[in-house]
Structures are given as structure tokens and as C-alpha cells.
Design a protein around this ligand. Structure first.
Ligand SMILES: [Cu+2]
Length: 257
């Protein structure tokens, strides 16, 4: 196992790389995905796994006052809290978008999954809070609350949208045409509602879970730049070389600035 310290974008960190092993109605079907280019083999590639941690004292999430929306408030037994920093046991850091930012050969194309990513408005929060989606892959936006939500996409490379969903059970789909990390999603009605979408041209991305872990699979042999993005703590990068079907580990530790 060998450890290295990399310089930081947006904060101090320590990284270990070890070798081993419009008013919406229910919308029609999502737009067709580009006529399929040859998709890369997804059977025999390498894997990058790792854990994301927070070092120091993670800020406690502020309680969100949902008094104005009784139907949302009623969905919680304990007061919901701000999700900008979600740190679990052993300071595991959730909601970090980890993706291959460089190293996938130009010209290599990948087919977006036919299955949509579901973004639900439930309890006046977005679920999930952070997610990845491929260019051309449908995002199905649902309203599971009997209250008005208005979802707005704030994007630089993609076309923004701003759509209201006044009733429970409404669904609509949107797609993103360009890679962009991240597209910000927010509700015009409820200022605390925020979500972030990482839009990628390939399937090599993951979001850290409650235990801080992530897995990126099926990477062809090559040397890759892995970027970890967190909404409060910025980004970090690591370089990982994959040969054959090996597994490598890239751990990220975000620290207070
Ligand atoms: Cu809302």
C-alpha cells in the first residue's frame, strides 16, 4: 500500500491510493436516446472503490422549519435537517459525487440506460439529494407531496428548466444534453430544497452512501483522473491506473478550510 498527498482544489485533504486487487402534466415517454453508438463492453473491466470521510467536527445539520407545509412536516417523526453535510458513523461523508473526470478515450461513446433516474419530491425534500445521470438518460421527476413544488434547474451547459408540479402523483421527465458537474436543482416554493445532478457522458460515476463508500465499475484499462465533488467542501482529485480487471482503492478525506 502506498500513500500520497495531493494538492487540493477547495480545501485540505489527504488521499490514499492503494493498489490491490411550464405547468407540468404527466408527460409522454422520454425523448429517444441517440441512435445507439457502439457501447463499451461492460463485462470485464477494473473497479475503483473507496470511502469518503470528513475530518474534524462535521457541522450539524440545521433543523428545517416546515411549519408552512403541514403535509410535509407530518412525514417526519424527528425534525428534518439541512442536508448540505451528512456525516455518518466514523465521519463517513454521504452525497459526494465521485466520477472519472479524465482518461476515458475521446471518441469512445456509451449508451445511456433506458431506465430513468427517479428524483422524488417527498416530504418537501429531494430524494436523492445528489445523483448521477448520463447524457440522454431520462430523469423522472415526481411529486409525492400534496403540495405545490416548482422545480428549477440551474445549469451552465444544459438548458435550464422551471416547472411547477402542483399535485401529488405528478410526473415528468427531463434529459440533459451535455455533461455538467453539477446541475443545481431547487424549488422556488421551498428555499431549503436543493438537489445536485452530475451529468456524465459515460457510466463511470457513483455517489457516496451513508457509510461514505462508493464503487465505480467496468473501467477499461487506463489511467484516470477521479474527481470527488461535495457541495460544501469543493473538489478533490486522484489519479488511478487500472490494468486488466483489477480493483483499486481511492479514499478521500475532506477537511474544514
Ligand atoms: Cu417545493
Amino acid at each position: 500500500m502506498k500513500g500520497r498527498i495531493f494538492s487540493v482544489v477547495g480545501g485540505m485533504f489527504l488521499l490514499t491510493v492503494c493498489g490491490k486487487g411550464e405547468q407540468s402534466q404527466v408527460q409522454a415517454a422520454p425523448p429517444a436516446i441517440d441512435p445507439a453508438p457502439a457501447s463499451a463492453s461492460s463485462s470485464a473491466g477494473g473497479t475503483i472503490t473507496g470511502k469518503v470521510r470528513f475530518t474534524g467536527t462535521a457541522p450539524r445539520g440545521r433543523p428545517i422549519d416546515m411549519s408552512e407545509e403541514a403535509a410535509c412536516k407530518a412525514k417526519y417523526t424527528t425534525p428534518p435537517t439541512d442536508e448540505s453535510v451528512v456525516a455518518g458513523a466514523a465521519n463517513a461523508l454521504s452525497n459526494v459525487f465521485v466520477y472519472v473526470s479524465a482518461g476515458v478515450p475521446a471518441g469512445q461513446t456509451f449508451t445511456a440506460p433506458a431506465t430513468p433516474v427517479v428524483l422524488d419530491q417527498d416530504g418537501c425534500r429531494y430524494r436523492p439529494h445528489v445523483f448521477g445521470v448520463m447524457v440522454g438518460q431520462a430523469v423522472e421527476i415526481r411529486n409525492s407531496d400534496p403540495v405545490l413544488h416548482n422545480i428549477k434547474a440551474v445549469a451552465k451547459r444544459n438548458r435550464p428548466f422551471n416547472v411547477s408540479q402542483p399535485n401529488a402523483g405528478m410526473k415528468m421527465t427531463r434529459t440533459f444534453a451535455q455533461p455538467e458537474v453539477m446541475v443545481n436543482l431547487e424549488c422556488n416554493v421551498h428555499g431549503w430544497m436543493k438537489a445536485y445532478a452530475g451529468v456524465r457522458p459515460d457510466p463511470f460515476f457513483a455517489v457516496s452512501g451513508p457509510d461514505g463508500s462508493f464503487t465505480i465499475k467496468d473501467l477499461p484499462p487506463g489511467t484516470y483522473t477521479i474527481e470527488a465533488w461535495h457541495e460544501k467542501f469543493g473538489t478533490q482529485t486522484a489519479t488511478v491506473t487500472i490494468a486488466g480487471t483489477e480493483s483499486k482503492t481511492a479514499n478521500f478525506t475532506f477537511a474544514a478550510r
